[in-house]
Design a protein around this ligand. Structure first.
Ligand code: C5P
Length: 223
C-alpha cells in the first residue's frame, strides 16, 4: 500500500498551515510543513552567517542540519527542533519568513531538501503544505489544492495572529512584506509558486477555515 499525498500549495497567509493540520487530523495522515524546512535553513544560515546569495554554501549547511518535528501537548503549532533545540518561535517571526524566502530561491537548497520532504510520505497518507508540493515535490499526488486569498485579507489575518502573540506590527508594513514575498516566490527561476495544472483552486478570502477543510475533505473522499 502506498501513501496517499494531498498537496496544498499557495501564497503565504492563505491559511494552508491551519487547513493542512486539520485535514491531516481528520484523515489521520502525517503532516509536512515544508515552509518550516526553508525557515530552518534560513535561520541556521543567519546564525552561522552564511551568505544568503551563496546557494552551494547554503545547501552544504542544509545537509548538516538535524531537523525534527515534535507535537507538544496543548500547543497549536508543531514544534520545530533544530539540532535538538526548539526554534519554533524564531523561525515563525517575520524575519524568519524573509530569510526562508531568500534561501528558497536557490536550486541547490531546494535539491538538498527534496529527499527529506519525500521521506514524509508514509502510509496511510500525508498532507504536505508549501509552494511547490504539487508542482515539484509530489507531482504524483492524487489531490492537489491551490489555496489563495487576496493579499489584503492575508495581511489582515497575519496582523491578528501577530497581535495575539504580542508582536507589534503595522498592517501597511505587513501588506508590503506579503507582496514582496509573493513577488519573490512567484518570480524566482526555480520552482516558482504557481498552481499545478491538475490542482483544485480554492479562494479562501470569504471562506471560514472549516469551510475550506470541508471542501478539501470532499475532494479527498473522491480519490
Ligand atoms: O509556508 P511558509 O510561509 O512557512 O514558507 C516560508 C517561505 O519558504 C516561503 O515564502 C517560500 O519562499 C519558501 N517555501 C518554498 N517552498 C515551499 C515552502 C516554502 O519556497 N515548499
Amino acid at each position: 500500500m502506498s501513501a496517499v499525498v494531498i498537496a496544498i500549495d499557495g501564497p503565504s497567509g492563505a491559511g494552508k498551515g491551519t487547513v493542512a493540520r486539520l485535514v491531516a487530523e481528520q484523515l489521520n495522515y502525517h503532516l509536512l510543513d515544508s515552509g518550516a524546512l526553508y525557515r530552518i535553513v534560513g535561520h541556521a544560515a543567519f546564525l552561522a552567517r552564511v551568505d544568503m546569495d551563496d546557494g552551494a554554501a547554503l545547501a552544504a549547511l542544509a545537509n548538516t542540519l538535524k531537523i525534527e518535528f515534535a507535537i507538544i501537548e496543548g500547543e497549536e503549532n508543531v514544534a520545530v527542533l533544530l539540532n535538538g533545540e526548539d526554534v519554533s518561535r524564531a523561525i515563525r517571526s517575520q524575519q524568519g519568513a524573509t530569510h526562508a524566502s531568500k534561501v528558497a530561491v536557490h536550486e541547490e537548497v531546494r535539491a538538498a531538501l527534496f529527499g527529506l520532504q519525500r521521506s514524509f510520505a508514509k502510509v496511510p497518507g500525508l498532507v504536505a503544505d508549501g509552494r511547490d508540493m504539487g508542482t515539484e515535490v509530489f507531482t504524483d499526488a492524487p489531490l492537489k489544492v491551490f489555496l489563495t486569498a487576496t493579499a489584503e485579507e492575508r495581511a489582515q489575518r497575519r496582523y491578528k495572529q501577530l497581535r495575539q502573540k504580542g508582536e507589534a506590527v503595522s498592517i501597511a508594513r505587513l501588506l508590503e512584506e506579503i507582496k514582496e514575498r509573493d513577488y519573490r516566490d512567484e518570480n524566482r527561476a526555480v520552482a516558482p509558486l504557481r498552481a499545478a495544472e491538475d490542482s483544485v483552486l480554492i479562494d479562501s478570502t470569504n471562506l471560514s477555515i472549516n469551510e475550506v477543510v470541508r471542501q478539501i475533505l470532499q475532494h479527498a473522499a473522491l480519490i
